[in-house]
Design a protein around this ligand. Structure first.
Ligand SMILES: NC(=O)c1ccc[n+]([C@@H]2O[C@H](COP(=O)([O-])OP(=O)(O)OC[C@H]3O[C@@H](n4cnc5c(N)ncnc54)[C@H](O)[C@@H]3O)[C@@H](O)[C@H]2O)c1
Ligand SMILES: [Zn+2]
Length: 368
């Protein structure tokens, strides 16, 4: 078991730990009592996770004398909506959960984002704890305090920063996660190689055992990934500066997701996004030659897509990028690596680089 601390600026109180390991769920009741005491816990999970792990989890809480109620919503990215938020919120209100209650968001990034946003807004905000159950949620979405919803105009456009009291990443839960979701989660690990730690590549180089859900391999990968994410968000809690490096692969990735609907998993779209953005980095003279090739090799080892789907028009994708919240004053800015493990910083100190629409279109069409 490892405890990785995520310092949050503006006071000790807001800092929290990510507990990573096997059998760490046994500690969940104690952690809840110590770090997130509540009269009643609202466990928020999608139907699938509730079916697989809900009874065991509630049993643990009950055994420890904690009161908990389960609130579920249908699984899938397409349910990360205001509608789901409204239904959950109304259900918590109907159950008369008060300000002395807390949310336990159990599941992938969708449950974490929705459950976290319910907690951020319920009675003007109640505390919450994250129990990530997908590789993506452990490596990425459960750490950093970003919560939110998708709306018709785009992904994650409504949300709030709300830091969890503790994150409990039980690696053993990955044993039931379908292989495509393991691969999709690894896209975020590959991103950390590019943006923060070239040496992390050695840990994830062998895809076979990871895709076969070898938990002995997955545990150090999760631990290191959380350390890398924690270091970035600690340096920049509200995304004013350094945290922008996390957007590598996501400017194109989100545009692909928005344009294609929900045919691709988030991690698959990010894999495509990283390939295109690495190509842009080289073409713009930001990155050393070879970065794109190296990254695509890593992406393909995990069976992830590295090319833009043929039926997505470059113009539609560029338009979707403009609609994205990270676009200011018409120009599309990208977080781009200079070389593996090192991001480019502009002369003005920003961790993003402005790219001409013509080059973006060219990059999209060159990566088909
Ligand atoms: N808040 C952030 O900082 C942040 C960062 C990255 C991604 N995200 C968001 O995360 C979301 C994607 O997360 P995701 O890929 O985890 O999707 P998800 O939450 O939909 O989970 C994927 C699928 O796996 C199932 N599942 C979850 N855990 C399981 C387990 N242990 N065994 C078997 N099945 C299991 C779920 O029911 C679901 O069907 C996106 O909405 C993305 O925007 C947020
Ligand atoms: Zn992502």
């Amino acid at each position: 078991m490892t405890a990785i601390s995520v310092p949050v600026r503006g006071g000790h109180d807001a800092s929290y730990e990510v507990i990573v390991g096997r059998s760490v769920l046994a500690d969940l009741p104690r952690l809840l009592v110590e770090r997130c005491p509540a009269r009643l816990y609202a466990v928020i999970a999608d139907h699938r996770v509730a079916q697989l792990h809900g009874a065991a989890l509630l049993g643990r809480l009950e055994e420890a004398g904690l009161e908990a109620l389960l609130f579920t919503f249908p699984a899938g990215e397409w349910n990360k909506t205001r509608h789901t938020w409204a239904e959950l919120t109304d259900a918590l209100l109907a159950a008369r959960i008060g300000r002395d209650g807390a949310v336990l968001a159990v599941g992938g990034g969708v449950a974490g984002d929705v459950g976290g946003f319910v907690a951020a807004t319920y009675l003007r905000g109640i505390p919450y704890v994250q129990v990530p159950t997908t590789l993506l949620a452990m490596l990425d979405s459960s750490v950093g305090g970003k919560t939110g919803l998708d709306v018709p105009a785009g992904k994650n456009l409504v949300g709030a920063f709300h830091q969890p009291r503790v994150v409990v990443a039980e690696v053993g839960l990955l044993a039931t996660l379908p292989r495509p979701h393991i691969a999709a989660g690894m896209a975020e690990a590959i991103r950390y190689v590019a943006i923060a730690d070239a040496a992390y590549a050695a840990m994830i180089a062998e895809a076979g055992p990871v895709l076969a859900r070898d938990l002995d391999r997955l545990e150090p990968i999760v631990r290191r990934g959380v350390e890398l994410k924690a270091a970035i968000v600690a340096a920049d809690e509200r995304e004013a500066g350094l945290r922008q490096v996390l957007n590598f692969g996501h400017t194109v990735g989100h545009a692909v997701e928005t344009t294609i609907g929900f045919e691709l998993l988030h991690g698959e779209a990010v894999a495509i996004g990283m390939a295109v953005e690495a190509w842009i980095a080289e073409a713009a003279g930001v990155a050393e030659p070879g970065l794109h090739r190296e990254l695509v090799a890593l992406i393909e080892r995990y069976g992830l897509p590295a090319s833009v789907p043929a039926d997505l028009a470059a113009d539609d994708l560029v338009e979707a990028m403009h609609a994205d919240k990270k676009v200011r004053a018409g120009a599309v800015r990208f977080a781009l690596p200079r070389r593996m493990g090192e991001m480019a910083q502009s002369a003005d100190g920003a961790w993003t680089v402005e790219i001409e629409p013509a080059l973006i279109r060219h990059a999209l069409d060159s990566n088909r």
